[in-house]
Design a protein around this ligand. Structure first.
Ligand code: GLN
Length: 482
């Protein structure tokens, strides 16, 4: 069996028994990247020499008595919107093609401190704006289950790197679904933590009031291990919160008896494809067999989530993108006239989707339109929050499809932004309310993965991880694409 088949827990056991070394594991992953990544396009940069050197160092420490536990010697990848001292941080944009960050993002630092070997930076939609990976300014990422399909986005490279065993786990970011949606399309586990659970320091901001960093992995237990390592208060991010970080792995097998799961009817209605529906009906039946009480519920306001998102997100994007002007950050032209300089740098190095959102955001925030659009969207956000808090008085978690359809074809939606935006209709309301949610593979339709989304009340990652873990076991063994 290849070393790339081993879970984080199995890697630790092997290191403990001296069955293999970290250097051997890292070499195996680098070989896998060499054989497959040309075709898949998951990585923007591979830290070959640095990873091998870090592995050698770790092997010495293990021989010297370091106990291999947690994430020691686990090869991981990092979405290229998170800053790293090593190499360039591009955010998938030509604007930052040569940008070297002065510090590591907190989540990255925590992983390195925990003994993770970072293999490289993964491809993504430009500045995390997109649902298919096709907005990367460099090249699109392909779905390993079927290379004519998109892998989902914007954490496209992270999802594919895990699915194709080009790393054991990866970091992604989720503003409106960018961890869960590619996890669903690529057949892996993706977890978006509660807003404030993980520091955003060093995350290139897209929509500051929605962005969260989280793990993508092959199994739920691995997502729990990574979350434990990256979660917690960070004084460098004023929105990170001082909440106890539980030992998620210890609790995964606790009994689910007495828990109620709500099935929001709005997420199972029209728009949900027939194939996905079949797989998800079976999945909800499995939840019942696990001892959960099933309750049909309604979330009528959540259907306005997407509309509110496409006002709030572009508004914050238009502000956050202002720093990429070739003076403070980014590529720069030789123009001497300031106005031309702005037009030419931003005109030349920002992609179409990024420009669309800057223009939309600037428009909805302008005098006269602010009240009509932005203020209304903020009100809708409040109503959606309220609706979720009410529902969590009746149920412990919610279960629904992560996405309305399985992965679509490359090029299918690039000409139609509205159709593209609809890929996130089930994930966006969760960000609007700042809730934790996980996508876990439920089955295949037409040879493509279907994801089950479990949503929790704020700070209750434990519950969704428990249910996801026990669901994963009941569903039966999952395989990654051949
Ligand atoms: N696909 C959504 C968008 O384009 C969400 C992106 C994200 O979560 N980063 O805005």
């Amino acid at each position: 069996m290849s070393l790339t088949e081993l879970s984080i827990q199995e890697l630790q056991a092997g290191y403990q028994k001296r069955d293999f070394t970290v250097s051997e594991v890292v070499a195996e992953y680098l070989k896998q990247i060499d054989s497959h990544d040309k075709e898949l396009g998951a990585y923007l940069s591979v830290w070959r020499d640095e990873a091998a050197a870090a592995a050698r160092e770790l092997d010495k420490k293990i021989i010297g008595g370091l106990e291999p536990t947690g994430l020691v010697g686990v090869p991981m990848a990092v979405k290229d919107v998170l800053t790293t001292e090593q190499g360039v941080t591009t955010a998938g944009s030509k604007m930052l093609a040569h940008y070297r960050a002065p510090y590591n993002a907190t989540a990255v630092d925590k992983l390195i401190q925990a003994g993770v070997i970072v293999l490289g930076k993964t491809n993504c939609d430009e500045f995390a704006m997109g649902s298919s990976g096709e907005n990367s300014a460099f090249f699109p990422t392909k779905n390993p289950w079927n290379k004519t399909k998109v892998p989902g986005g914007s954490s496209s490279g992270s999802a594919v790197a895990v699915a194709a065993r080009l790393c054991r786990a990866a970091l992604g970011t989720d503003t409106g679904g960018s961890i869960r949606q590619p996890a669903s399309f690529s057949g892996v586990v993706g977890l978006k933590p509660t807003y404030g659970r993980v520091s955003r320091y060093g995350l290139i901001a897209m929509t500051s009031s929605l962005d969260q960093v989280g793990p993508l992995s092959a199994t739920v237990a691995e997502a729990a291990t990574v979350l434990k390592a990256i979660a917690g208060l960070d004084f460098k991010d004023a929105t990170s919160r001082n909440k106890t970080v539980p030992d998620y792995n210890d609790k995964l097998n606790h009994s689910l008896k007495g828990l109620t799961v709500g099935l929001p009817q709005e997420f199972f209605g029209k728009g949900l494809s027939r194939g996905s529906k079949q797989v998800l009906e079976k999945a909800t039946q499995t939840l019942g067999e696990l001892g959960l009480k099933i309750k049909h519920v309604n979330l009528p306001k959540s259907v306005y989530g997407l509309a509110a998102y496409y006002i709030i997100a572009p508004s914050e994007i238009s502000a956050n993108m202002a720093r990429f002007d070739g003076l403070r950050f980014g590529e720069s032209t030789e123009d001497r006239k300031l106005f031309n300089h702005y037009l030419n740098t931003r005109g030349r190095w920002l992609g179409k989707e990024v420009k669309r959102r800057i223009i939309l955001g600037t428009y909805v925030l302008s005098a006269g339109y602010y009240d009509a659009y932005y203020r209304q969207a903020v009100k809708v956000r409040q109503l959606i929050n309220q609706e979720f808090s009410n529902i969590f008085k009746e149920v412990d978690i919610l279960a629904c499809p992560t996405t309305p359809t399985v992965a679509f074809s490359l090029g299918e939606k690039t000409a139609d932004p509205m159709a593209m935006y609809l890929a996130d209709v089930n994930t966006v309301p969760v960000n609007i309310a700042g809730l934790p949610a996980i996508s876990v593979p439920a089955g295949l339709y037409d040879g493509l993965p279907v994801g089950l989304q479990l949503i929790g009340a704020p700070w209750e990652e434990v519950k969704i991880l428990q249910v996801a873990h026990q669901f994963e076991r009941a569903r039966g063994p999952w395989h990654l694409p051949a």
